[in-house]
Design a protein around this ligand. Structure first.
Ligand code: 1HE
Length: 260
């Protein structure tokens, strides 16, 4: 992956952590066709030695959502294809090769929230706020929001956000589950990298199971879910990385679980 091949993203790989940053600050990182294509390419083409991604936005805001200036040009048929191109790109984020930690600040709105919820861990700083202005703009979510956001905060909260234009601030976002972490303004990237390094130190197969098996099992009935869990659990524990780690603990060479 050549970092120079991106115009609207900056992509930087350091120590197995790839930092993907939306880099269209003059337009508040609004997602146009070019940016969705670059996001797809960046996440589908992560370097083979990548173990985690940090996703962030340049400037005062994480992301202003869909680039509204491109909207009026599309026919209905083109709009369906456009929405599907977002689905394909965000599928690469959620069900790609490695976990993604999003560092959120400022506006996380519309398609920007849809992108954020495709990540696995969200760190917000105190400047972050969340909105779904689609209702006010006369449109609907099209980047997977109606599928992913209710799984995080419930359909009733999402309906309220869309119908009334309700905006959640960073503290409320933490409370309802839009972010898992809340840090002081300006500290989001530092925390996101700290978490990405922890994730990168896990056995790759454990991370794979969390990314790919956990959300699917959570969507299954309990009988099917328990069966798939038993298979995933056996596959993970049969991996040499699991055997090495368990041996290290039993020999006193691995960390204990402690209060943080
Ligand atoms: C944009 C966009 C955009 C900014 N599309 N150009 N999203 C929204 O409805 C959110 C619309 N944006 C805003 O509410 C505000 O811009 C922000 C709160 C994000 C930031 O405010 P601020 O004061 O920092 O910036 P600004 O002055 O409003 O915007 C700076 C420039 O970015 C300005 O362009 P300029 O040429 O006049 O400098 C804005 O027009 C431009 N800009 N946001 C296009 N969204 C797959 S379906 C998903 C559906 C949705 O995402 S709907 C929600 C769309």
């Amino acid at each position: 992956m050549d970092p120079a091949s991106f115009d609207l993203l900056s992509v930087d790989a350091q120590d197995a952590i790839v930092h993907v940053r939306l880099s269209r600050p003059a337009k508040r990182n609004a997602i146009n066709d070019g940016l969705i294509g670059e996001l797809h390419r960046a996440f589908a083409g992560l370097p083979a030695d990548a173990r985690a991604v940090v996703l962030s936005g340049e400037g005062e805001h994480f992301c202003a959502g869909l680039d509204l200036s491109e909207l009026s040009e599309r026919s209905v048929a083109e709009a369906v294809v456009h929405s599907r191109s977002w689905h394909a790109a965000f599928e690469q984020v959620q069900f790609g090769r490695v976990p993604v930690v999003a560092a959120l600040h400022g506006a996380v709105v519309g398609g920007g929230l849809e992108l954020a919820v495709a990540a696995h861990v969200r760190v917000a700083d105190r400047s972050a706020y969340y909105g779904l202005p689609e209702g006010q703009r006369g449109i609907f979510v099209g980047g997977g929001g109606s599928s992913r956001i209710p799984r995080l905060i419930g359909a009733a909260r999402m309906a309220d956000m869309m119908l009334t234009g309700r905006v959640y601030d960073a503290e409320e976002g933490l409370r309802i589950g839009l972010s898992q972490y809340l840090v002081d303004t300006g500290k989001g990237l530092e925390k996101a990298f700290e978490l990405a390094h922890k994730i990168a130190a896990n056995a790759p197969l454990s991370n794979f199971a969390v990314m790919h098996a956990l959300p699917r099992i959570a969507d299954m009935g309990q009988a099917e879910g328990l069966f798939v869990e038993s298979l995933m659990s056996a596959i993970a524990s049969g991996d040499p990385a699991a055997k090495d780690r368990i041996k290290a603990f039993l020999e006193g060479r691995a960390g204990k679980v402690t209060r943080q």
